[in-house]
Design a protein around this ligand. Structure first.
Ligand code: BGC
Length: 725
C-alpha cells in the first residue's frame, strides 16, 4: 500500500540503521539484566523531569528544558535516556531560551496526506533532529483516535479511522527509530479528551475498543515497533490507564506480545504495587506525581516480595531490549546542533504540509489562483508574518521566536506560537498582484478592503492546545462574521483554515473556495502558497468528518464540562462504541458538512476495472486509475468494505487505500490488500477476531460519501488470534 514518495521525501537519508536483530537484542538485554544489581535495575525504571520543577532540580546530565531523563549504568555501557517531545519535532519545555527546531505540519495534516511516505520522512527528520539535540528517546507516535472533534490535542493525532491513524503513526515511529532513537506510541488508551483529562473514566466494552481505539495502537505498534508505549492520564473502565491490567498486561503484553516498555505520562503514575503488577515499567517525570513511586517505595516492595523480583527484571529487560535493538548503546547521543541541516529539513516539512492540505470547496474554480488579479486582499490569521502551530508539550519553537510575540496564555499550554513563514510573502513572490494585509479584527473594515480588491483571501485560525478542549466547533474571535462580511463584499473570496480540529462554516455558501491547511509547520507559508497557486496539486483528504453542528455528535457537550478540577466523572464511549466518526454519521444517517475522505484535486480522476477476490483469508482489490484532467495530480482512491446482512457497528469501514501521482492522461493499475481486521468482528469471549462467511461489498470511493463503483466478494469464515492479522 506504500505509494511512491515525492522525490524530496524519498531522498531523505536517515543517519544509519544497523540496529541489532530482535534475537540478539533479546539475548544481550537479558545478559545485561543478569549483571545488574537491584539498585541498578531500579535506576532504569525511574524517570526525572529534565527541567527544574516544583522545587526538584533537573539531573545535571539531563538536556535542559527537555521532557525527561533516566540514569544509565556506566559500568555496563548503558547510556542515560534523554527524552524529548514530540510528534511535530523537537520541543522545548517552558524556559527562557527555547531551542529552535524544524516543525512538521500537525499530525492531523500528516494523516490528511494519506501518504505513509510523508509520515516516515517526517519521522526520520525529527528523529535526526532529536538525536542532534542530545536525545535518544522521542515521545512521538501519537495514535489516539479522534472520537471527540473538540479535543484540544486532535492536531497531534491521526484522525478518526483506526487503520489510517495506525498506519500513519506506525510510519512516523519507523522513521524516528531509523536514527537510533526510541519512539513512543501514546497515549494508551482512550485518552480522547482534555476536559478533566486526569479525572475522566472512559468507558468502552472490550470488543468495541479492539475494533476502534485499540486497533489504531495495534496497527501503529506492529508497523512501527516502537520501543515504548506511554499510558495516558485517564482511567479506562474504572482503572487508571497506567495501572490497568486489562490495557497493559492483557491487551498489550499478552495479546499483542509487545516486548518493549510502558512509561507513564507525566503525572499519570498513581501507585507502586498496583502499577508495577499491572504492567507499568517506568515512572516518568516523577515530580509530576504525588510520590517517587518507582524509587524507594518500589525497592521496598521488591524487598518485601509485594512486587516479585522477576517483575523488576522484566521491567528492566523491557527497557533495555529496545535500547539494544535500536542501537542506543553503540550510538551515543551528543548535542551537535551545527549538524542540523535546517534548509533540508524545512523542505521535508514543506513537502509533507503540501500533501496534507485539503481543498474542501472550489466551486468557482477560483483555485488554483490565476495570475490575473491586480490586487489581492489578505485578511486575518497573521498571514503577513507566519502560520499558526498547536500548543502544549509538543510545541516546537522557531528561530527568533514566534512571529507574533506575546500571544495567548503566558504559562502552559501557551504561548501561542506563529512560525515565521508568511503565506502572504510566499504568494507575493509568485503573483504579480498588489497585496494588502488587514488583520480582520474589524469585519466592516476588512470587507471594505475586500470590496476594493480583485480577490480576497481570508486566513482563519483556531488555536488548539493540550489541556484545553474547544467549547464548540465554531471558529473563535468572531472570525465567522469577518468571513461573511468579506464574502458579501467580494464574490471572489478564498478561505484558508489553520485549525487543529474540524470547524463549522456558516458562511460556506457564499465563499468561492476553502482550503484546510491545518497547522502547516516551519515552511507552512510556502506550502500554502504552492497549493493555492497550483504549483502542487491539492492532494490531502480529510482524516476526520467535519460535522454540521455539535448536535450531530454522540455527545453534544463534552462530559466533565463545567465540573470543578477535582471532580471525577465518566464518559460513556459505549454510546457510539466502535462507530467512531464517519461510522457514526453513516449509522445515524447524518449528513456532515464534509465527509471523511473528502478533498478536491485540481484535476479529475477516472476509475475502472474494480475487481475483488478472496485471498489468504482477506480481500485483494485491484483497479485502474487514470488522470482524466489537464493537470498533474494525486488521486486517493479509498476502499470501503461492508458486510452484507450487517452485524457490524456501522455500515462500512475503511479497509485500505492508495495514493498515486499521475500526469495528465496517465493511467495506472493498482492493488490494495484489505486489512483483515477491518473485515472482522472481535469476539471478546474467545479473545479472537472473526470474519463471518458470506458476501461483502467492496466500494471504491473518493470519500466516505462519494462512492465510485462497487463489487461483491464472498469470503469463507476465518478466525484469528487477537494479535494476529
Ligand atoms: C503529555 C505528553 C508528553 C509529556 C512530557 C504530558 O503532559 O501528555 O504527551 O509527552 O507531557 O512532556
Amino acid at each position: 500500500m506504500l505509494p511512491a514518495a515525492l522525490a524530496v521525501l524519498s531522498a531523505f537519508t536517515p543517519l544509519a540503521a544497523n540496529a541489532a536483530s530482535p534475537v540478539d537484542a533479546d539475548q544481550r538485554a537479558k545478559a545485561l539484566v543478569q549483571q545488574m544489581t537491584l539498585d541498578e535495575k531500579l535506576k532504569l525504571v525511574f524517570g526525572y523531569f529534565s527541567t527544574d520543577f516544583k522545587g526538584v532540580a533537573k539531573p545535571a546530565q539531563g538536556v535542559p528544558y527537555s521532557a525527561g531523563f533516566v540514569y544509565g549504568i556506566e559500568r555496563l555501557g548503558i547510556p542515560h535516556q534523554q527524552l524529548t517531545d514530540a510528534g511535530m519535532g523537537v520541543a522545548t519545555q517552558p524556559g527562557p531560551a527555547p531551542r529552535a527546531r524544524t516543525a512538521l505540519a500537525a499530525g492531523i495534516s500528516t494523516a490528511a496526506s494519506w501518504n505513509p511516505a510523508v509520515a516516515y520522512a517526517g519521522g526520520a527528520m525529527i528523529g535526526q533532529e532529536a538525536r542532534l539535540s542530545g536525545h535518544n528517546v522521542m515521545l512521538a507516535g501519537a495514535a489516539n483516535l479522534q472520537r471527540e472533534p473538540r479535543n484540544g490535542r486532535n492536531f497531534e493525532y491521526g484522525g478518526e479511522d483506526p487503520l489510517l491513524n495506525g498506519v500513519m503513526a506506525g510510519e512516523q515511529i519507523r522513521g524516528i527509530q531509523s536514527n537510533h532513537v526510541i519512539a513512543t506510541v501514546k497515549h494508551f488508551a482512550l485518552n480522547n479528551q482534555e476536559t478533566g483529562r486526569m479525572k475522566v473514566d472512559a468507558k468502552l466494552d472490550d470488543a468495541a475498543a479492539r475494533m476502534s481505539d485499540l486497533l489504531a495502537f495495534q496497527i501503529a505498534i506492529e508497523r512501527g515497533n516502537p520501543g515504548s508505549v506511554m499510558c495516558g492520564y485517564n482511567r479506562v473502565n474504572g482503572h487508571y490507564a497506567c495501572e490497568s491490567d486489562y490495557l497493559l498486561n492483557q491487551v498489550l503484553k499478552r495479546d499483542w506480545a509487545y516486548k518493549g516498555y510502558v512509561m507513564s505520562d507525566w503525572g499519570a503514575t498513581h501507585s507502586t504495587i498496583p502499577a508495577a503488577l499491572n504492567g507499568l515499567d517506568q515512572q516518568s517525570g516523577w515530580p509530576f506525581d504525588l510520590s517517587p513511586y518507582f524509587k524507594e517505595p518500589l525497592k521496598e516492595a521488591v524487598e518485601n516480595g509485594h512486587v516479585p523480583a522477576s517483575r523488576l527484571d522484566d521491567m528492566a529487560l523491557r527497557i533495555l531490549r529496545p535500547m539494544v535493538a535500536n542501537g542506543l548503546l553503540e550510538h551515543p547521543v551528543a548535542v551537535a546542533e551545527d549538524k542540523i541541516d535546517f534548509a533540508a529539513n524545512a523542505a521535508i516539512s514543506q513537502a509533507g504540509a503540501e500533501e496534507g492540505m485539503v481543498l474542501l470547496k472550489n466551486d468557482q474554480q477560483l483555485l488554483p489562483l490565476a495570475d490575473r488579479y491586480a490586487s489581492i486582499a489578505i485578511i486575518g490569521g497573521h498571514a503577513d508574518v507566519g502560520v499558526l502551530s498547536g500548543g502544549g508539550s509538543s510545541q516546537v519553537y522557531p528561530a527568533g521566536g514566534s512571529a507574533v510575540p506575546n500571544e495567548g496564555p503566558a504559562s502552559f499550554p501557551g504561548p501561542i506560537v506563529y512560525l515565521p513563514s508568511s503565506p502572504m510573502q510566499a504568494l507575493a513572490k509568485r503573483l504579480k498582484a498588489k497585496f494588502v494585509y488587514h488583520d480582520g479584527k474589524d469585519a466592516a473594515a476588512a470587507a471594505k478592503l475586500a470590496a476594493s480588491s480583485d480577490l480576497a483571501i481570508v486566513f482563519a485560525t483556531q488555536w488548539t492546545a493540550e489541556s484545553l478542549d474547544q467549547a464548540d466547533l465554531k471558529l473563535p474571535h468572531g472570525q465567522d462574521d469577518t468571513i461573511a462580511a468579506v464574502a458579501a463584499a467580494n464574490q471572489r473570496t478564498v478561505v484558508v483554515l489553520e485549525t487543529g480540529t474540524p470547524v463549522t462554516m456558516p458562511w460556506l455558501g457564499s465563499v468561492g473556495a476553502v482550503l484546510e491547511a491545518w497547522y502547516p509547520g516551519s515552511a507552512g507559508g510556502e506550502a500554502i502558497a504552492r497549493v493555492l497557486t497550483g504549483e502542487v496539486d491539492a492532494s490531502g483528504r480529510l482524516p476526520a468528518t467535519f460535522p454540521q453542528s455539535e448536535a450531530q455528535l454522540p455527545r453534544p457537550v463534552i462530559d466533565g464540562t463545567g465540573l470543578k478540577e477535582d471532580v471525577r466523572f465518566a464518559t460513556d464511549y459505549n454510546i457510539e462504541g466502535a462507530a467512531v466518526g464517519y461510522k457514526w454519521f453513516d449509522k445515524k444517517n447524518l449528513k456532515p458538512l464534509f465527509a471523511f475522505g473528502h478533498g478536491l484535486s485540481y484535476t479529475t480522476f477516472h476509475y475502472e476495472g474494480l475487481q475483488a477476490s478472496a485471498s489468504n483469508g482477506t480481500i485483494s482489490v485491484s483497479f485502474k486509475v487514470a488522470n482524466s484532467g489537464a493537470r498533474e495530480g494525486k488521486a486517493v482512491p479509498q476502499i470501503y468494505v461492508s458486510k452484507i446482512g450487517a452485524g457490524w457497528e456501522a455500515p462500512k469501514r475503511l479497509g485500505g487505500w492508495d495514493k498515486l501521482a499521475l500526469k495528465p492522461g496517465e493511467a495506472r493499475s493498482t492493488r490494495v490488500e484489505i486489512d483483515p481486521r477491518t473485515l472482522a468482528v472481535f469476539d471478546s469471549r474467545r479473545g479472537k477476531w472473526k470474519i463471518a462467511a458470506g458476501d461483502y461489498l467492496v466500494t471504491l470511493a473518493e470519500a466516505a460519501d462519494a462512492p465510485v463503483t462497487t463489487v461483491k466478494v464472498r469470503l469463507p469464515a476465518r478466525e484469528f488470534a487477537a494479535g494476529a492479522r
